[in-house]
Design a binder for this molecule. Structure first.
Ligand code: VGL
Ligand code: ZN
Length: 197
């Protein structure tokens, strides 16, 4: 039983959005094309309260630089994916009808959550692993945004949770805050046991 996991395909990560990923819009059609080969489709949304601790505006810092949150190193981001905002909505054109469950993350203002399975401190699980297991899922295909953050941590945690994991590379784009981040993310995923599709 395989599942397609759509990671954070939201307006704020598309060109023109608050945390725009270059060519992020290209993942929409690529993700839609993956539905056909999968029996279950699940999506995540980055879903922050208006004053989330990862926001540079909240920390009085500069976006793209490093701060701390929950005692962990934290990249400071522009305000993005604020709960119920247009920026947090799924990208238009993404097929929503077959999405059977949506897991929202980053809701706690005191800690960030890149992975769809855990917050960044591994303090609280989202319930995604249990959901997938209860549905009999053995294989998970991960795609979406951003490849060097939420996609990477989600794919690695999916392996850790015991699933066979494939990364649909053509349906991912990265932030690339530093040049080479996407290549490094790819290497980390491969080292963790993620198969590149
Ligand atoms: C993400 C940075 C901040 C992501 C979310 O979805 O990859 N990146 N929040
Ligand atoms: Zn975020």
């Amino acid at each position: 039983m395989n599942a397609l996991l759509l990671v954070d395909i939201q307006n704020d990560f598309l060109p023109g959005g608050a945390l725009a990923v270059a060519h992020g819009d290209e993942v929409v059609a690529a993700a839609n094309a993956l539905y056909a080969g999968h029996s279950l489709v699940v999506a995540t949304q980055d879903w922050h309260p208006a004053r989330h601790g990862s926001f540079a505006s909240v920390q009085g810092g500069v976006a793209g630089t490093l701060g701390t949150l929950a005692g962990l190193p934290q990249v400071l981001w522009p305000d993005h994916c604020v709960q119920c905002s247009v920026g947090a909505a799924f990208a238009s054109g993404l097929e929503l009808a077959r999405i059977e469950a949506i897991f929202r993350k980053g809701c706690d203002p005191e800690i960030d959550s890149y992975s769809a399975f855990w917050d960044n401190g591994r303090r609280r699980a989202t319930g995604l692993a249990g959901f997938l297991r209860e549905r009999g899922v053995t294989d998970v295909t991960v795609c979406g945004l951003a490849m060097d953050y939420c996609v990477k941590f989600t794919a690695i945690d999916a392996v850790d949770a015991g699933f066979r994991v494939g990364l649909a590379l053509g349906a991912c784009r990265g932030v690339e805050l530093a040049a080479g981040d996407c290549d490094r993310a790819l290497s980390e995923m491969v080292a963790a046991g993620v198969r590149i599709l």
